[in-house]
Design a protein around this ligand. Structure first.
Ligand code: GAR
Length: 209
């Protein structure tokens, strides 16, 4: 993309969207100078994340996963990504699996947040609250969050940022999830967005000289 100065970002969500909220606030306070969140795509029609997008005047669409074949679902996503000329994707609490074919079309351009210190508690079946249940069951004293590029399914790809969070003796999965979000996820995700956006802009400019 010759001469580009901001990478155009799509955020994929499935639920509450607190990570989306953190990204939108970061954008509004100038913490993502090399990127612009232009689009929010939700895999669930009624996701509160879509309300959040609307409240921040950001375009949001549901591309429902439920009842659709994987190819149809991903064709729906791709159509929007092309229409809005998206450069990078952030999975922010996106709980649907993307196929290898989809991921291969976006090398080093998909960023994911996972609520543990990868390689602990990741892979098949580890999503949302289940990750924290597993961490408590195992008795780990430290957990946290990881932001990584998605180049392989489901949690493969280079790790960009990690932040550790202490587990407290009387934690429930819900309490631990909240602490990991507040102290790690909402901090790391905007930082990673800027990191990858800056890289894209730099590459775009290189092509132009
Ligand atoms: C977050 O904890 C996120 O890390 C996790 O789901 C939650 C969504 O919260 N994602 C995964 O488990 C992905 N494997 P949010 O909708 O409020 O951002």
């Amino acid at each position: 993309m010759p001469g580009m100065n901001k990478a155009r970002i799509a955020v994929f969500v499935s639920g509450g969207g607190t990570n989306l909220e953190a990204l939108l606030k970061a954008q509004e306070t100038g913490q993502i100078p090399h990127g612009e969140i232009v689009l929010v795509l939700s895999s669930a029609a009624g996701a509160y994340a879509l309300e959040r997008a609307k409240n921040h005047n950001i375009l949001g669409f549901a591309v429902p996963r439920k009842g659709a074949a994987q190819e149809v679902f991903e064709a729906g996503l791709t159509e929007k990504l092309e229409e809005y000329r998206i450069d990078m994707i952030i999975l922010a609490g996106f709980l649907s699996i993307l196929s290898e074919e989809f991921v291969k079309r976006w090398p080093d351009r998909i960023v994911n947040i996972h609520p543990s210190l990868i390689p602990a508690f990741c892979g098949k079946g580890y999503y949302g609250l289940k990750v924290h249940e597993a961490a408590l069951e195992r008795g780990v004293k430290l957990t946290g969050a990881t932001v990584h590029l998605v180049n392989e399914i489901p949690d493969g790809g280079r790790i960009l940022l990690q932040k550790a969070v202490e587990v407290q003796p009387d934690d429930t999965p819900e309490v631990l999830q909240r602490r990991v979000m507040e102290r790690a996820e909402w901090v790391l995700l905007p930082q990673a967005a800027e990191l990858v956006a800056a890289q894209i802009v730099e590459e775009g400019q290189e092509k132009n000289v």
